[in-house]
Design a protein around this ligand. Sequence first.
Ligand SMILES: Cc1cc2nc3c(=O)[nH]c(=O)nc-3n(C[C@H](O)[C@H](O)[C@H](O)COP(=O)(O)OP(=O)(O)OC[C@H]3O[C@@H](n4cnc5c(N)ncnc54)[C@H](O)[C@@H]3O)c2cc1C
Length: 457
Amino acid sequence: MTLFTNPTLITDILIVGSGCSGLFAALNLPKDLNITIISKDKLEKSNSFLAQGGICRLKMPDDYHSFFEDTLKAGHYENNPQAVDIMIKSSPEIINDLVNFGVSFQKNKQGELLYTKEGAHSTNRILFHKDITGKEITSHLLKQAKEQSNIHFFEDTCLLDLLTKDKSCFGAIVRLNEDKIVKILAEKTILATGGIGGLYEKSTNVRHLTGDAIAIAIKHKIELKDLSYIQIHPTTFYHKDGDDSCFLISESVRGEGAKLYDKNMQPFVNELLPRDIVTQAILKQMAIDQTEFVWEDLRPIPKKELQEHFPTIVNHCLKMGYNPYEECIPVVPAQHYFMGGIKVNLNSQTSMSNLYAVGETACNGVHGKNRLASNSLLESLVFAKRAAQHIKKSFSKTNEFPRCFDDNDINFYSNKSELEKYYRDLVLSKIEEDKLRKERTPINISIKSKNHLKTSI
Ligand SMILES: Cc1cc2nc3c(=O)[nH]c(=O)nc-3n(C[C@H](O)[C@H](O)[C@H](O)COP(=O)(O)OP(=O)(O)OC[C@H]3O[C@@H](n4cnc5c(N)ncnc54)[C@H](O)[C@@H]3O)c2cc1C
């Protein structure tokens, strides 16, 4: 491995992460700024590309109160109401931005947008593109970003640490192309590193999302919030010999009529309750039935609708030997989403100056204790744009970077697996600490983390 090759890279803005939040921040920054985006794996390998169900939108002004209330109710009223208000009111503008970038949402024959529904929504307010909404959105953002000459990409490039001095951030130390360790000096840095599913044995997330930015924030005493608020999705496809990455069966199939059954094919829960409640009911039922899954019946959805709206889900079931047009499929809960994260204000600023955090790695309090379905793409985009707008207002190029790293400290980064383990343990122990601090009554659900610490929810 080559350590600290010269020259050190210098950029105006460093964005860590090429999911929807990182890309949207980049696209909303002034075009005369030099922007560097790094991603730990390939640019397309992000949770944003996996999002199935859709993205919420305030479809008419008189839905405001119900959208607001649904979000707060799902979040157990622990949400930041100001952040929720901003997210909902910004949604029409964000959807317009997406459409201008070429994103298409499902429409009826008259050309009007179609809205679907998921659990805990009191009305249909979710825009979708078949069952690959995330791919439709993020691939257009990526295409657009690649066309801009001021945006430069480095894939297979991992954030290892931040360059800091006197509580200010001046860029990052990264492992470039899985090989060289280099410094990237930046006037402003945006962390857009997504969730923490890679820390869990079973998760819907892409596996390399291991909460690295959270670990680095802990190391630098950057403020964090609600680290123990982790969402378990009720329904992922059950496969006895499946790998760690679980295939999601989107909640919107339940929104369109799919049912959940116990081992005797009897209903046991209202399928449209908030995610955390449905998850608890499923895990309880599995314990009663002594089974490793429950059944989900997609047959109540008309065949044409199932075919046209959910082709990816149908194909996955067929590939796994189940015909969803004719039989129930086995489903089981798995880790899915991180409501907590690096604490940010309404402009996505962290407690460290020059440092922003957006998307799933940030916590502005929109989701409270439990995220309402299809609010996360929207939240990521709204607050990524706000970060960009804030930077735009306050940016002044200094090109002056203090000496903030002693090159003798390089050994800390040279052993990849030791560093990964150190960061993983840091995050998992802080999650446990937050859980204990909140003194929540443990309930009978636990998800095994990779190092076998049990993380109860
Ligand atoms: C299966 C699935 C279905 C979903 N469906 C929906 C849905 O229908 N609607 C909805 O609103 N939400 C949905 N979500 C949630 C939503 O997709 C995510 O919350 C959102 O996409 C997060 O975007 P992001 O930009 O924060 O992170 P991501 O899209 O996950 O991107 C994270 C980026 O950070 C990079 N990264 C991570 N660590 C490092 C590091 N150390 N160094 C460099 N780069 C790093 C990664 O490589 C990646 O590029 C779903 C999630 C999953 C997993």
